[in-house]
Design a binder for this molecule. Structure first.
Ligand code: KG4
Ligand code: ZN
Length: 357
């Protein structure tokens, strides 16, 4: 059986009460541990009740990047307090929960196992349905969380530390990939440039902060694949162009490098995403992932979408970076449609957005 078939052939669990019809209005608990954030959220129907994140950024900052074993050890320490905090914030106890979900991929294997195992354990103890969720689908649909009508026919741009994707959203669980990065993800390029410039980890928010006082026209960095005619991206040339400047950095304000780099990265994203919306003949663009919290990206997309009559959906900044609210939302939509996952579900560290559950 192909991986895709295996993943989607999952409607009736063996060790759980099977769902005959969709469960609407259920109180669902979701856990997210795909990388270095330990997160939990509660959603009732499609309404977010509470969300908590314990970020390990300060811990991994000492190493200049995420160390998988350190991430796993800290998930072990953080998951119980995060779970208690979300239940407290939601004013409920575990016994009120009707279904439990967790991210199953993509992400770091040893981090994914912890959230998935805990969620399965809770589902078994409560004898409630369990749902495995695709992390990229979580990002992709997160801008619809506060939209009363839910996910609609649209184009999604996911810009995170691990992914840069343009996706045609036809409906819940029905996605086609329009384009992706052929090398570095957008967030990865921000992080690598931050490192080259000696900024603290993670580079993205620090490049964003310094760029605010820099001149975006000081350097004309390459806009790779702008005229490629497809919807793919490449950010490694842009990062290399910044590296070539290194010998001169003493004499150049770092803020100007940040602003010029950021402008080049955002230019390509705006250009390709708006062309995808035009060609797909849809009226909505939904942008998600950590980089969608970038101030300049938000400004540029807001202006360009307004000028071209495109409805722009951007999440509030706390929903851009990794969180469990987006995982809870996808799980709630799936549960509503009558889907649950078998308790023997595995983790899928390299899962793509078109492999659903
Ligand atoms: O979505 P996310 O939290 O995790 C992944 O699934 O990868 O994205 C994290 C990425 C990091 O590369 C981080 O530097 C970047 O998002 N990021 C930003 C900003 N905030 C986070 N990049 C640019 N500007 C920001 N304000
Ligand atoms: Zn993410």
């Amino acid at each position: 059986m192909s991986e895709a078939a295996h993943l989607s052939a999952n409607p009736s669990p063996t060790a759980q009460p099977p769902l005959q019809a969709g469960l609407t209005g259920a109180l669902l608990l979701a856990l997210e541990t795909s990388c270095d954030e330990s997160a939990a959220a509660l959603i009732q129907g499609r309404r977010l009740v509470a969300a908590e994140v314990f970020s390990q950024v300060a811990i991994h900052g000492e190493y200049g990047g995420v160390v998988p074993e350190v991430a796993s050890r800290n998930h072990l320490r953080a998951l119980r307090p995060v779970l208690d905090a979300v239940l407290r914030a939601g004013g409920v106890s575990l016994s009120n929960v009707d279904a439990v979900a967790a991210t199953a991929g993509p992400g770091l294997a040893t981090s994914l196992m912890l959230g998935l195992s805990l969620a399965k354990g809770i589902a078994v103890a409560l004898r409630k349905p369990f749902l495995a969720v695709n992390h990229i689908e979580g990002h992709l649909l997160s801008p619809f969380l506060h939209e009363p009508a839910g996910p609609s026919d649209s184009v999604g741009l996911v810009v995170s530390g691990g992914h840069t994707l343009l996706v045609r959203i036809h409906g819940i669980g029905r996605y086609s990939l329009l384009g992706r990065t052929l090398d570095d993800a957008a967030g990865e390029a921000f992080d690598k440039v931050g490192k080259l410039l000696g900024l603290p980890y993670p580079g993205g928010p620090n490049v964003n902060r310094l760029a605010a006082s820099g001149d975006p026209k000081r350097f004309r960095f390459p806009r790779s694949m702008l005229a490629s005619g497809d919807f793919n991206f490449s950010f490694s040339g842009l990062k290399t162009a910044v590296r070539y400047l290194l010998p001169d950095l003493e004499s150049v304000p770092v803020a100007d490098v940040c602003a010029s780099f950021q402008e080049a990265a955002v230019d390509v994203l705006v250009h390709k995403a708006l062309r995808a919306v035009r060609e797909a003949k849809v009226d909505t663009l939904a942008i998600s992932g950590g980089v969608s919290g970038n101030t300049r990206l938000r400004e540029r997309f807001t202006a360009e979408c307004a000028a071209s009559g495109v409805r722009l959906l951007l999440s509030p900044p706390q929903l851009c970076t990794d969180n469990a609210a987006m995982i809870a939302y996808v799980a709630a939509l799936r549960l509503e449609a009558g889907f649950v996952t078998q308790l023997n579900a595995e983790i899928f560290p390299s899962l793509s957005v078109t492999n659903g559950f």
